[in-house]
Design a protein around this ligand. Structure first.
Ligand code: SAM
Length: 242
């Protein structure tokens, strides 16, 4: 006899009233922008969606490459930000080795809520491998809650989310104007998975849990091969656990 399958436990973010919904990704853009080198030459926005961050980066970097696997998102980004003339909008899979990216890498690689769309270790290896020596990798990502500490934080997140929604609405900054049609998926990797992958692929990086269902990961790639030997795994290293 087949037993009915137990319902899958999923922690969903309870919906706020529409007027109080706000953009958790955009909330972390200022943190990302603060991590950039002073005058970056080239920046990659990996999984750019509708392009809001790439458009902001255009004001800081000489050139921005903004990649997304969804041609519809790239089309929308192009239409939304016609003034971002230094952005090269690229439709394609970040893991595609023939994607037309800068051959000698980027001063900064940023990714917001996109790493969990990729298999973790190949994805993180790819992003880290695109950072120039001395450059920066800054990720805002989603993770799967799995520990008592994670679930305790979930309990704090709910009232904080509502309170922040009230503040955002009062300041006229509520809403998620670019969300329609954006590809989304539930994160599968836990913080422990992310720490283990980062220890191998971005050694010395800082991973921090954030209040609004996000973590941030910051890695400065050592500037010299000597520094890399001391503090970093080879960028294209394979590890046994992929
Ligand atoms: C949740 S959205 C986040 C978009 C944007 N970074 C933001 O903060 O609004 C994730 C984006 O990653 C893109 N994506 C998923 N897999 C990808 C891949 N293999 N290569 C490039 N982009 C990918 C999706 O098309 C989607 O636009």
């Amino acid at each position: 006899m087949r037993l009915p399958r137990a319902p899958e436990f999923r922690l969903r973010v309870p919906q706020l009233p529409a007027a109080l919904v706000w953009d958790h990704n955009a909330h972390y853009h200022p943190w990302l922008l603060r991590q950039l080198p002073a005058a970056p030459g080239r920046v990659l926005d990996a999984g750019c969606g509708a392009g809001e961050l790439a458009a902001r980066l255009a004001g800081r970097a000489a050139r921005v490459d903004a990649v997304d696997a969804s041609p519809a998102m790239i089309e929308r980004a192009r239409a939304l930000w016609p003034g971002a003339v230094t952005v090269r909008w690229i439709a394609g899979d970040l893991l595609d080795p023939v994607l037309p990216l800068a051959a000698d890498g980027y001063d900064a690689v940023v990714a917001v809520s996109s790493l969990h769309h990729l298999p973790l270790r190949p994805g993180l290896r790819r992003l880290a491998g695109l950072v120039r020596p001395g450059g920066t990798l800054a990720i805002v990502g989603l993770y799967r809650s799995a520990t008592p500490a994670d679930f305790a934080l979930e309990a704090l997140r709910l009232p904080a989310n509502g309170a922040a929604g009230v503040v955002m609405a009062a300041r006229g900054r509520a809403g998620k104007p670019h969300e329609a049609g954006m590809p989304v998926r539930d994160p599968q990797d836990t913080l422990a998975d992310l720490r283990a992958a980062a220890a191998v692929l971005a050694p010395g990086s800082q991973l921090r849990t954030r209040l609004f269902w996000r973590y941030t990961l910051l890695w400065r790639r050592p500037a010299s091969p000597a520094g890399a030997a001391a503090g970093s795994a080879p960028l294209l290293a394979k590890d046994a656990s992929d």
